[in-house]
Design a protein around this ligand. Sequence first.
Ligand SMILES: Cc1cc2nc3c(=O)[nH]c(=O)nc-3n(C[C@H](O)[C@H](O)[C@H](O)COP(=O)(O)O)c2cc1C
Length: 457
Amino acid sequence: MTTDPVRWLWAAVAVGLWLATIALVQLSRARARRAAAARSAALAPAGDAPAVLVAFASQTGLAEELAWMTARSLSDAGTTARVAPLGDLDLSELKAARCVLIVASTTGEGDAPDALSRFVRQSMTAPADLTGLSYGLLALGDRTYADFCGFGRSLDGWLHRSGAAPLFDRVEVDDGDAGAVRHWQHQLGLLTGSTVQADWTPPAFDRWRLVERTHLNPGSPGGEAWMMAFEPLGHAPAWVAGDIAEIGLPTTERQPAPGSREYSVASLPADGRAEFIVRLMHRPDGTPGLASGWLTRDLAIGDEVGMRIRTNRSFHGPSPETPLILIGNGTGLAGLRAHWKARAGQTTGQTWLMFGERTRAHDAFLDTELQAALASGALTRLDRVFSRDAGDGRYVQALIAEHAADLTAWVDRGAAILVCGSLEGMSKGVHEALEAALGADALLSLTESGRYRRDVY
Ligand SMILES: Cc1cc2nc3c(=O)[nH]c(=O)nc-3n(C[C@H](O)[C@H](O)[C@H](O)COP(=O)(O)O)c2cc1C
């Protein structure tokens, strides 16, 4: 044993530090426990208070799917949850919820999903009084767009200005990034005090086999467009017109991480197959696009792919009696086709298709089928425009201007409008043409009542 007083002094200091560290750790653990308890209290339905609200703002269905997974996580941890579209809530309902978890995607150019247009106009133009409301926000976006998570961010700012208190920092998800989604799950775990988190991997992909591939536009000045048909091997899911398929990409050297691409489904379960229109894309160096090159070039008839079909509520059609105006360009014909097929053979309101592509000679996609649909009454009217044809040079929006009076009459009779195709150029041009034909207010109220819907990409 040492008798050196300096060593004794150092030993005493070391023991003191050690004790202080333990005390600090315990204090911070107690603080963390108190914070977790406070957050759980924010979640736990007090008395007969309603369940925790999980709200979603979704354009193509992913935010909705994640909202349901969030609710399931909460209920697995013993916290009752209810799911609602954010756009259907008014401010008093939101405030009364006291605790809301929101999954919000961004669409267009940093915009809110279409179903939120009324909410944005009526509720978000100025700060509201949401004091007493706690919220967690999962913002979905994609960094390849200029305004990453634009809507999620403005929603967060508005909630904050309205006096609502964030439970944790906004979680931003870039293109479905699994790490960010796990972070959201972790936050849910802290809220509910549950450490076990069910696996959130989305439903497994079903196996499908490529059975047919047809070149729709040989000789076109534009990129090749292919109609591709897949048959299910085993389980065949149910879906409706407007839904979206995710096709799994093979992992290769160029694509080491598993990925998927989304396509509008052009057929219905009754067809016994899932059909898509795929445009062969090229990268700046001229090589075929990763997914489109694989689908239209490398995949052979008989080859298998993994695929799952996702509900895309914001592009579902109206009731059969409602007159329907379908507007689109290029591969957007796929999403529209499922709609007129769904109305074939039913007593329906009239169905009018407006379609734009490059040349009549090479790009009159599915012409034989369109003529048959006209003959059978599945389509009642067809107008097409070909932008590269001599003396024409107009895009699909030109048809709206040209037939504005008829279009207005259809809308006055209750028609719904579905638009499918490219975001750049087409959807903006079509939107402006519809505003010019119908008036901005009328178009807004069509959006709000779900009679104007878009699936643009
Ligand atoms: C037409 C379109 C426009 C988009 N615009 C943006 C955007 O401006 N900013 C962004 O961060 N993400 C944008 N995204 C990416 C979406 O936010 C992302 O795909 C999200 O997961 C979609 O979720 P949802 O299925 O719930 O709508 C856009 C996606 C599409 C299809």
